[in-house]
Design a protein. Structure first.
Lengths: 333, 260, 430
C-alpha cells in the first residue's frame, strides 16, 4: 500500500486519537504546572434563613464589572508534584509561609505512595492466581465433553464481561454484614466484618480482581491449547512421557508467548484498578492511582493537583511497562 | 479405568466449584433483587423468602429507568458504529502497509491503551468546559470512541492481516481504487472480524463507569433495592450476549493474542 | 393450518392485547396535566438536578409534571448531585442545569464563588401567587440567594420501652448517654449493641466530630480566618468522646453510615444513638422495622453539661446559577410549583418541610426541638467542606487508637492548610 493511501485510511482514527488522547495528555502535563484560585475577600454577611438571622464572617470571591468572580491563574512549576509526592508541605500558590501552620505531621500518610503501594499490591496479588488459575481452567476445559463446553465457557466468561460496577456491587452484597459469605463462615465460627478492616477490605478487592480477570486468561490459554502442535505431543507420548512432562515440555513452551501477552494486558488493566475501590470499599482502607486522580479532581475539586497526580500515574505505568515493551519489541524485530 | 473415573470426577468437581464461584455473585444478586429490603438484607440470612417484582417496578416505572436504558442504547450504538467505521479503515491500512510508520502507530496506540482514563479527565473537563460541550451525549460518544480506538485498531489489524492480499490486489488490478477495493472486496470477507470487534466495542462502551455509576450509593432502602434491580437489568443483555456470541468472543480474544 | 386466524383465536388475541394494554397503562404513571402548572411557559427543556432522597424524588416528580408539548422538564436524581452541580455551575459556558436542589453546605460553596443568581426580583413578583413564606427565603445581605424547602438535624433516638424498663432518664448529656449505654449493655440481653451511630470514614464520622466539637465550645477555624483550630484541645476531647462510645457499638461501627444505623435500630439491635431527624420516621415503617412504635426521640445530648445539643441545623433548598441558560422565569415557576403548599401536603411525610403547612408526624418535630434547645446552624464558610473532608479521612485511625487523636488532627490540619492555601483561602489577599 502506498504511503498516501495509508495516511488517507488512518487519518480519521489518528485524528480522533490526537484530539481526544494525545492533546488532553499534553494538556494534563501543562495543567499540572498551573494553579487557578479565586480572588477572595473577607466579608461579614447578614444571613437569614429557616433558622433565623445571624452574621456570618466568611470569604467571598471578588467580582468584576459584569458580576463574575475574578480568577487568578499562575504557573506554579513543580509545586503540585512536590505536594502529591509529599516532598514538601508547601502551598502551591506560592504564598510565603502561611503562618500558623500547626505542628506539621510528617507525610507518612502520603496519598500517592499509598495509592501506588496498593495498586502494586493488587497487581502482585492478582497476577499469579490469574495466570495459574486461567491455565488450570483451560487445561480442565479442554477435557470437557463437547456438549457441555459451550455452557461451561459461557458461564466462565461471565465475571469478565459483566459491568465492573455491577460485579463489584455483586461481590459487595455477598460479603456485607449478614450477607451470604459471612453467614456461611459464621457456621464455621469465623466472624469477619469484611468492609470494616484494612486486611479484609484489601483482600476483597484482590479477590474481585482475580474473579474478574481469570476468565480472560482462561480463554486466551484455552485458544492457545487448541493450537498445540499435535505431532510434538504424539512424539512425546511415544517416548513415554507422562502427562506432567508433556505439559511441561510441549504445552507450556507453546503457550509462553500467550502468558507474556496476558501478563502485559493484565498489568495495564490492573494498574488502572478503580471500580472495586470506589464501589466495594468507597475508598476506605483501599486506594489506587486512578482512584486518587479521580478523588482529587472531583472531591477535592482541584484539576491542577489532579493533573499532577495523573502525570505521576502515567510515569508509574511507563516504568512498569517499558521493560516488557522493550522485550516484546526485540522479539518482534 | 478406575483412574480415569477418579480423574473425571475430580475434573468435574473442580469445574463445578469454579462455575459456582464464577456465577455465585450474579446469581445471589438476582435472588436478592427479587426480595423486599427487609428480606434481602435480613439478619440472620434468609434462605427462602417471598419473591416480588416491586424493585423492578420501582426502578423501571417510578424511576423511569427506561430513560437511562434508552440513553445507554444511543450512546453505545453510536460509539460502536463510529468506532468500527473509523477503526476498520485504520486496521485495514495497518495490515496492508509495510512501512515502519505503521509499526510506530501501533506501538503508540498500545501506549495509549495503557492510560488510566481518569488521567485524561482533568483536561477533558477543562477542554470541554471551554468549548461549552461538557455534558452532552455527543461528547461522551466521541470520548468513548477515542479511548477504544487503540484496542479496536489492534484487533481489526490482526483480523485484516488474516485476509489474503490477493483479493484486494486483484480488485485493484481490475481498476478499483484502494477504497473501492476495501469496500467491495474486503469488508464482506471481514464481516465475522467486524462483528467480533463490534462486540468488544460494545462491551467497552456499555461497561463504562460513567454510564453505570448511577447504581452506586443509595440513600434509602427503596433506592438500594432499585439499585440491585438495576444491576440485574444491566447484566441481562450481557448474559444474552455471551450466550449467543460466545464463539465470536472466544475467537476475538484469541485473535488478539495469537496473531497480535 | 390456515394462514388466517380463526375468528375465536383472533378475538382471544385482541382481548389479551387489550387487557395487556390496559394493565400497562394503569401501571404507567399518570402525568399531571399541563393545567397543573398554569404559569409555566416556554420552549425547549428545563434541566434540574438534586440528590436522590425520597423528598427530592417527590419534588422531581411534580416538577417533571409541568412538562407540556414543546417544553420538557427533566429532573436528574443522583447521589453525585453535589459534584455535578458544582461542576455545572462553575462551567464557563451555559450551565447544563437551570437550577439545583442543594444542601446548605453546597450553597455556601456556590455563594462564595459567586455562582448563584439573585432571586429577589422573582420572589417579590410571585410571592403571593405561590404563597412564599419569609422563612423559606435564604437572604445574604438582603438578597434572596436560595429558597429552602427541607430542614434536618441530628436527634437522639432511643428505645423508650427499654429505657422505661431499666428506669433510665433520657440522656441530656453525653455523660448520661454513656451511663445509660453501660446499663443497657450490662442488663439488657435482647439488644446486641447499646449504641448505634454513624462513624463511617468520611462524611459520617466528620459530622459526628463537628457536632461534638461545636458542643464542647470548640471552633473549627480561628476567628476571622481560614486557619484551622479544630486540632485544639476541644477537638481532642471530641475524639475522646467518640472513642468512649465505641465499646457500646457494633465492631463494624467504623464502616457504619446512616443507612446501617437505621438498619440496626429497625432490627432491634441497638438501643440508642444520634441520628438524622429525617431518617427517624423509618423506625415506624412496618415493612422494614421490628420496633414500630417503640422508639422515641429527643434533642441530641449536650457534649458538656449546660452546653447546646451536639447537633447542627441543616436546610436544603433550590438555587439558580449565574450561568443558567435562558428562561429563568419558567424555571422559577416550575420550582415554585414543586415547592408549593400542595406539593408539601402531598409529600408530607417524606421530609421535615420548611413550609408552615407541614404537619409533623411522630418524629417530625425534631428540627424545631433541636432549634429550641439551641443547636447551632451548620457552618457556612466555603472552606468548611475542605476541613470536613480532611478530618473525615483521619478519624478512623484516631478512633481505633492507631494514631493519637492529637497527631491525627494535626495531620488533618496540615492537609487542610495545604488545600486551603491552594484554593486561596489561606495566604490570599483576603
Amino acid at each position: 500500500m502506498k504511503l498516501r493511501s495509508f495516511i488517507g485510511f488512518v487519518s480519521p482514527s489518528v485524528a480522533l486519537m490526537l484530539a481526544l488522547l494525545a492533546l488532553p495528555l499534553a494538556m494534563t502535563v501543562w495543567l499540572s504546572t498551573r494553579n487557578c484560585a479565586l480572588e477572595l475577600e473577607l466579608v461579614t454577611v447578614q444571613q437569614t434563613g429557616p433558622f433565623g438571622a445571624h452574621a456570618v464572617t466568611t470569604q467571598r470571591a471578588r467580582v468584576d464589572a459584569a458580576g463574575k468572580a475574578v480568577q487568578r491563574c499562575t504557573s506554579v512549576g513543580a509545586a503540585y508534584y512536590r505536594d502529591v509526592l509529599g516532598l514538601q508541605p508547601a502551598g502551591a500558590s506560592g504564598a510565603s509561609g502561611a503562618s500558623g501552620t500547626p505542628t506539621a505531621a510528617a507525610n507518612d500518610d502520603n496519598e500517592f505512595f499509598a495509592a501506588l503501594r496498593f495498586t502494586l499490591l493488587y497487581i502482585a496479588g492478582t497476577t499469579p492466581f490469574v495466570l495459574v488459575g486461567g491455565l488450570a481452567l483451560a487445561l480442565a476445559m479442554n477435557r470437557v465433553t463437547q456438549r457441555l463446553k459451550g455452557l461451561f465457557i459461557a458461564a466462565s466468561l461471565l465475571p469478565f464481561i459483566i459491568t465492573p460496577v455491577v460485579g463489584a456491587l455483586a461481590i459487595k452484597w455477598l460479603f456485607r454484614d449478614n450477607g451470604l459469605v459471612p453467614h456461611l463462615l459464621g457456621h464455621f465460627g469465623i466472624q469477619v466484618f469484611w468492609m470494616a478492616q484494612a486486611w479484609s477490605a484489601q483482600l476483597l478487592v484482590v479477590l474481585y480482581g482475580i474473579w474478574h480477570v481469570l476468565p480472560f486468561a482462561f480463554i486466551v490459554f484455552y485458544a492457545g491449547l487448541q493450537g498445540v502442535p499435535q505431532d510434538a505431543l504424539e512424539a512425546a507420548t511415544l517416548d513415554g512421557a507422562s502427562a506432567w512432562q508433556k505439559l511441561r515440555y510441549v504445552t507450556l513452551p507453546h503457550l509462553a508467548p500467550l502468558v507474556v501477552f496476558v501478563t502485559l494486558i493484565h498489568l495495564m488493566d490492573a494498574y488502572r484498578v478503580f471500580e472495586p475501590v470506589v464501589v466495594l470499599t468507597q475508598g476506605a482502607f483501599t486506594t489506587s492511582v486512578q482512584y486518587l486522580t479521580y478523588h482529587v479532581l472531583l472531591q477535592e475539586d482541584n484539576p491542577y493537583k489532579a493533573s499532577a497526580a495523573a502525570v505521576l500515574t502515567i510515569a508509574g505505568i511507563a516504568v512498569l511497562l517499558i521493560p516488557l515493551l522493550r522485550k516484546t519489541w526485540r522479539e518482534q524485530r | 479405568m478406575k483412574n480415569k473415573l477418579v480423574g473425571a470426577t475430580l475434573l468435574y468437581t473442580g469445574l463445578a466449584l469454579w462455575l459456582l464461584l464464577a456465577t455465585l455473585p450474579v446469581v445471589w444478586t438476582v435472588v436478592i433483587s427479587l426480595r423486599s429490603y427487609g428480606d434481602a438484607f435480613a439478619a440472620p440470612l434468609k434462605w427462602l423468602a417471598p419473591l416480588t417484582l416491586d424493585n423492578y417496578r420501582g426502578l423501571w416505572i417510578e424511576r423511569e429507568f427506561y430513560r437511562n436504558a434508552a440513553n445507554t442504547a444511543v450512546v453505545t450504538l453510536a460509539t460502536v458504529t463510529i468506532s468500527l467505521s473509523v477503526g476498520c479503515l485504520a486496521g485495514y491500512a495497518l495490515a496492508r502497509y509495510r512501512g515502519s510508520l505503521g509499526f510506530w502507530l501501533l506501538i503508540t496506540a498500545l501506549v495509549f491503551r495503557a492510560l488510566p482514563h481518569s488521567t485524561l479527565l482533568p483536561s477533558f473537563y477543562a477542554m470541554f468546559d471551554a468549548l461549552g460541550i461538557r455534558n452532552t451525549t455527543f461528547t461522551l460518544v466521541f470520548v468513548l470512541v477515542a479511548i477504544n480506538q487503540p484496542f479496536t485498531i489492534w484487533m481489526l489489524r490482526s483480523f485484516f492481516a488474516g485476509t489474503p492480499q490477493e483479493l484486494d490486489e486483484a480488485a485493484m488490478v481490475d481498476g478499483c481504487t484502494r477504497l473501492q477495493a476495501f469496500r467491495r472486496v474486503i469488508i464482506p470477507v471481514m464481516w465475522p472480524g467486524v462483528v467480533t470487534t463490534g462486540l468488544f466495542s460494545f462491551l467497552l462502551a456499555y461497561n463504562d463507569f460513567m454510564l453505570s455509576s448511577a447504581l452506586t450509593n443509595a440513600e434509602s432502602d427503596a433506592l438500594l433495592m432499585q439499585g440491585v434491580a438495576g444491576a440485574v437489568s444491566i447484566t441481562i443483555p450481557l448474559i444474552v450476549l455471551v450466550a449467543i456470541f460466545q464463539k465470536q468472543l472466544v475467537s476475538g480474544l484469541t485473535q488478539g493474542a495469537v496473531k497480535g | 393450518m390456515t394462514a388466517r386466524l380463526q375468528p375465536q383465536r383472533r378475538r382471544l388475541l385482541l382481548a389479551t392485547a387489550a387487557t395487556a394494554a390496559t394493565a400497562a397503562s394503569t401501571a404507567w404513571p399518570v402525568r399531571a396535566s399541563a393545567l397543573a402548572c398554569p404559569e409555566v411557559a416556554g420552549t425547549g427543556a428545563i434541566n434540574l438536578i438534586g440528590n436522590s432522597f425520597q423528598a427530592i424524588q417527590h419534588i422531581a416528580r411534580i416538577a417533571e409534571g409541568c412538562s407540556r408539548p414543546g417544553l420538557k422538564v427533566v429532573f436528574k436524581l443522583t447521589p453525585q448531585a453535589r459534584t455535578e452541580t458544582e461542576q455545572a455551575f462553575a462551567s464557563a459556558g451555559p450551565s447544563p442545569f437551570d437550577a439545583a436542589v442543594v444542601s446548605m453546605g453546597v450553597f455556601s460553596n456556590l455563594y462564595s464563588r459567586r455562582q448563584l443568581q439573585s432571586l429577589t426580583a422573582l420572589v417579590d413578583k410571585y410571592r403571593d401567587r405561590y404563597r412564599i413564606e419569609e422563612k423559606m427565603l435564604v437572604r445574604m445581605d438582603g438578597e434572596v440567594m436560595a429558597i429552602a424547602c427541607i430542614q434536618n438535624t441530628q436527634n437522639l433516638v432511643y428505645r423508650a420501652d427499654l429505657f422505661d424498663k431499666h428506669r433510665l432518664a433520657v440522656p441530656a448529656t453525653y455523660a448520661e448517654l454513656l451511663h445509660a449505654a453501660a446499663v443497657i449493655k450490662a442488663r439488657e440481653s435482647s439488644v446486641a449493641f447499646a449504641v448505634a451511630q454513624g462513624f463511617a470514614k468520611g462524611f459520617d464520622s466528620a459530622t459526628e466530630f463537628t457536632n461534638l466539637l461545636a458542643g464542647l465550645g470548640g471552633r473549627t477555624f480561628r476567628p476571622g480566618s481560614a486557619l484551622p483550630a479544630f486540632n485544639g484541645r476541644e477537638g481532642v476531647e471530641a475524639i475522646g468522646l467518640m472513642r468512649q462510645l465505641l465499646p457500646y457499638m457494633t465492631p463494624n461501627a467504623l464502616a457504619s453510615n446512616a443507612d446501617d444505623v437505621v438498619n440496626q435500630f429497625q432490627q432491634g439491635k441497638a438501643a440508642m444513638g444520634v441520628l438524622w431527624a429525617s431518617r427517624a420516621s423509618r423506625m415506624d415503617d412496618p415493612a422494614a422495622s421490628r420496633v414500630v412504635g417503640r422508639m422515641q426521640f429527643a434533642a441530641a445530648p449536650a457534649a458538656r453539661p449546660g452546653g447546646p445539643p451536639a447537633a447542627h441545623l441543616w436546610w436544603d433548598g433550590v438555587v439558580l446559577p449565574r450561568n443558567a441558560p435562558r428562561q429563568r422565569e419558567a424555571t422559577f415557576h416550575v420550582l415554585m410549583e414543586a415547592l408549593s403548599e400542595a406539593a408539601v401536603r402531598s409529600g408530607n411525610d417524606l421530609a421535615i418541610w420548611v413550609r408552615s403547612v407541614y404537619v409533623p408526624g411522630r418524629f417530625g418535630t425534631g428540627v424545631a426541638l433541636a432549634q429550641r434547645a439551641g443547636a447551632p446552624v451548620w457552618p457556612g464558610e466555603p472552606f468548611f467542606s475542605l476541613a470536613h473532608g480532611e478530618v473525615g479521612k483521619v478519624l478512623p485511625e484516631a478512633l481505633t487508637g492507631e494514631r493519637s487523636p492529637q497527631a491525627a488532627l494535626d495531620a488533618a490540619a496540615a492537609a487542610y492548610t495545604r488545600a486551603a492555601t491552594e484554593k486561596g483561602y489561606i495566604g490570599g489577599r483576603a
